[in-house]
Design a binder for this molecule. Structure first.
Ligand code: ATP
Length: 233
């Protein structure tokens, strides 16, 4: 579904990605791991065209994404849950869900507000609250719901549980596990390795802008050296 080869990205004269290679098959949950500043967000933003790749290839469902405008990438079926949630502060919860909703691919049984509320019941009682008045956990659930309302084939989450209380984090992981169980392909960046190992089947570790390790959950569990060296735990 997603095939990244030799991806390079620069911020001005400073190079952040030095040839990232990674793959994700349809229906898989894949993680991109690494310490702070190693290039996880840059990889995700390069996929989405939020930052411009300077070289290499990103193919999604056979289409080249490098050089494509972000909205055209989104229309191909990639839903982003961005770092920092980026909820529209002056729209209500319901308006946040419908503002970017679409079904460009004509998916059968598309996501609806009620289906989002089924996954995140906490949101159902807050429909008229403005985005900036929601708690961090509610905003995060809303950011996931907003991405699902675009009926993506691939959901990308950048630090979806950062700064949230353990109980809220658990709710988000449970919902993601259910969403994955429905066959959604998911690429996730997060620091909660134990939760990631529960829901993901394949992992890529990035170090200074390059993928230095990849393998299955069992491989990652067994490879304490890789975990210590690249992740610090
Ligand atoms: P974190 O977990 O801290 O978000 P990350 O793995 O997502 O880290 P990136 O944010 O992709 O890392 O950063 C990769 C490198 O690119 C870092 O050296 C960072 O300083 C640099 N970088 C990121 N954004 C910019 C920017 N807007 N301008 C210049 N350099 C940047």
């Amino acid at each position: 579904m997603l095939e990244i080869r030799g991806l390079t990205t620069h911020y001005g004269s400073s190079q952040a990605l030095f040839g990232v290679d990674m793959d994700l098959d349809a229906g898989q949950v894949v993680t991109l791991l690494g310490r702070n500043g190693m290039g996880k967000t840059t990889t995700i933003n390069s996929i989405m065209g939020i930052v411009k790749a300077s070289g290499g290839s990103i193919r999604f469902m056979g289409e080249e994404l490098v050089g494509r405008a972000s909205f055209r990438t989104a229309n191909l079926g990639i839903g982003l849950v961005p770092e920092g949630r980026q909820i529209f502060p002056n729209l209500s919860l319901r308006e946040n869900l419908v503002a970017t909703a679409s079904n460009h691919l004509g998916q059968a049984d598309p996501w609806t507000i009620d289906k989002v509320f089924d996954f995140f019941p906490e949101l159902a009682t807050r429909t008229n609250s403005m985005g900036n008045l929601l708690s961090g956990g509610e905003q995060q659930m809303l950011a996931i719901g907003r991405a699902l309302m675009t009926n993506p084939r691939l959901l990308i989450l950048d630090e979806a549980t950062e700064g949230l209380a353990p109980l809220v984090r658990a709710k988000i992981w449970d919902a993601l596990e259910r969403i994955a169980g429905e066959g959604m392909s998911i690429l996730v960046v997060d620091k909660n390795l134990a939760d990631l190992m529960r829901i993901a089947s394949r992992h890529f570790i990035i170090q200074r802008g390059q993928v230095v390790w990849s393998g299955s959950t069992a491989d990652l569990q067994a490879d304490e050296t890789a975990r210590q060296t690249y992740l610090g735990f």
